[in-house]
Design a protein around this ligand. Sequence first.
Ligand code: ZN
Ligand code: ZN
Length: 425
Amino acid sequence: MVAKTKVPAGGIENEYKRVSVCFNCGYFHDGDFRDTCENCGAEIKPDTSNNVAKLTRVLPMETAIARRRERITCDEEERLKYGYNITTHFRYASQKRESAIVQAADGTPLFKLNYGATATIWRINRGLKKNTDEGGLKLDAKTGIWGENKSQQNKGQQTKQLNDNLHAEVNLMVDDTCNILVIEPLNVDTANREAFIATLQYTLETAIQAVYKLEADELDFEKLGDGKYLLFWEAAEGGAGVLSQLLEKPDAFVKIADAALDICHFQETKDSCVQACYECLLSYRNQFDHALINRHLIKPLVDELQKSIVQPEGISRDEQYQNLLKKTDPNSQFERIVLQEIYQRGYKLPDVTQELIPEANCKPDFLYKTDSIAVFCDGSIHDSPDKRKQDKIERDNLKYNTNYHILTLRHNEDWRSKLNILTGL
Ligand SMILES: [Zn+2]
Ligand SMILES: [Zn+2]
């Protein structure tokens, strides 16, 4: 049982953070309270379950001291059974947000996608769900002991002192950095909305796991804003890079739809499965939603997804080309010739140019990050034996320390045919 937190010399008050969270989209803001959300512009206000949006006592959970418990009272057991009231929030890392729309064959938008690399996710523990009094947890600010110490309450003198130090409405917080994908289902029918969203989230989770061969604990998700948004994150350390592919591959949702039709027994019918079963969408984890999950509700949407296309939003291919051109090494004409060739052939453009890879301490001329390809364009300056030796060390280092495939193009060889490996990207 977690019994205690470490109280720093400066007092626990200095550890508390002020946090405003948006219950429309889940966005997280710390520091001074805000009235509107930085992400969606909605008013910062309590949610429909009356969870507070502006919190004054949020304690990052860094040190917890646990003690052994022999047994708990039946009253405690009853309250613990329902678990803690935990809310999930996120924030994009600056400049690291990409958007796309999943469109049906007739152009109808089905989903809006927002991908954030190295975003932050926060989970705030607001106390036991079955807590009948106010939200949050109680903390003795002097000793760091959680909850009211009932055994000491009747000891006259001590009671007074204890109550002075007792802080109420303390919320515990943990955070993590990971790649996230926010899926916003568009044009959702309002009839049966709750059941539709509940079914959709488990269908997407199961189908993504099937297509990308992920273990159950590698992908996690949470419904935000009453199901207006579905937040998916790669739970595994480092991440398999699956979520970014959903934005980059035009047919990503076609594959997911194929898997979903298979999982939900629409390919091979299973008569004993009425709404859903443990073979398709039900699991121990989603038991509180079992009554809502109904595979037939999402069939029309999945059919549309089968013929869908992912359309990136934001900058055009021309703009991306111009941006890259501007950032190339001004001394390397050959670099620009290569880029022009890639552009004219209609191949996928590199993500970045001249970006340092810290693990190998080297700067390839072009990087395809999601495809793990590093391109080096060797103009005549790379012809000398010394330079070639140095290049080799650098690139071997890159190969050894990262999973990048290295594509070296030399100005005086048939580099154009080497570019063919970019065809499949
Ligand atoms: Zn918001
Ligand atoms: Zn089933």
